[in-house]
Design a protein. Sequence first.
Length: 395
Amino acid sequence: MKTRDALALFVLIVAGLWMWRSSVDSPRSAAGLERGADVEGVARNIPGELRPAPGSAERSALKAVAPLPPRPAPAVEPELPEEEFEMEQPDDPIETGDCTLYLTLVERGSLRPVASWVTLYRLDAPANEFYEHGDQVQARLQVPETGLVIRDLPEDGYRLVVDQIRRAQGDPAAFEVRGRNTQHEVLIDLPREREAWLVLYDAAGRRIERASIQVLPTEARPRWPWEIRWVQGRACKLENVFEEVTSDAVDFGAPLPAAVERVAEAEGFRLTGLRESNSGETRVHVWRASLEGHTSVVVRITMDSEPPERLVGLIAPLDELEESIRLPSGEDVRSFPGSVSASSLARPASQLPPDDPWRVLVVDVRVAPGGYEPLEFRWQPAAGPPGVRVLKLRD
């Protein structure tokens, strides 16, 4: 074969191979793969092996043997239970009218004018969109000594809560607001200063004539609306409504006064500075009586009604108590100084037996040394020694 003929044959072979390769990699074949027509055929190829795409007959046979898995159905979200929720209490609209009230406050004994915050209730106010009928706060006002003019009131019955009134007196009676002008004067009793006596006994029933008395901060809390028994509440018509309750915080951050050593008088230790509660707040006066080496006595006098004039307290030896509290090793708790807290609460003499009232009093004990479980118990000294108690180690 001549060189020219051999060259021509080589060209023809190369051209044939190029045309066959082009048919395999043509856009039509690529488009078919994108449409998924030859997915099964390609999937059956051995990796690295080139093979022409199967024809229509072969594709039909492949589909019959290995059909595509069905598309999964979309997941159905489970129905969740309806969530219960609460709404903030809606406003209770205040009705207005054409009446004017001139209000003055006067102390009953001296007939001098008094200034005070007051809450004015409209009695059995009509229902509205959100509330049933009932007593409604018409206004919260500060009445000066010169009195106060309250305008735009509906003609109706009213009642006052006067903050400065003596709690034991009770709230003033209801009154009517009628016509263009109504003048109303309220006679009030102011809280009085009182005093009380504290009698202290030791565990043997002997009166203690000398002790340290510490005045603790007076506790005061506002009078809550639900504590006003005569108020007929207005029920809210809506469901799942909560009422927001706020209160004025009392700051006890001031340093406590030091304990003062006192000598008892014939009636006991005199407790002074007690002021009765008014209608706006409840007052609780607090003292602590102590004697070195003994348990302490806490005195709490609530000034809502007639306070007690005589109280009885018990002071017991601390050594006897500490000796009865043992560690697992057998030694007593005095190896942990300050870990024992023990005090009793003074009680009104009227609630105790007239003879030897100290016998029924008890001491509250709390022991909390580091590394041991806290221990709490009550001890009645008149019944005998406290008895041995063994502390347990913390787990």
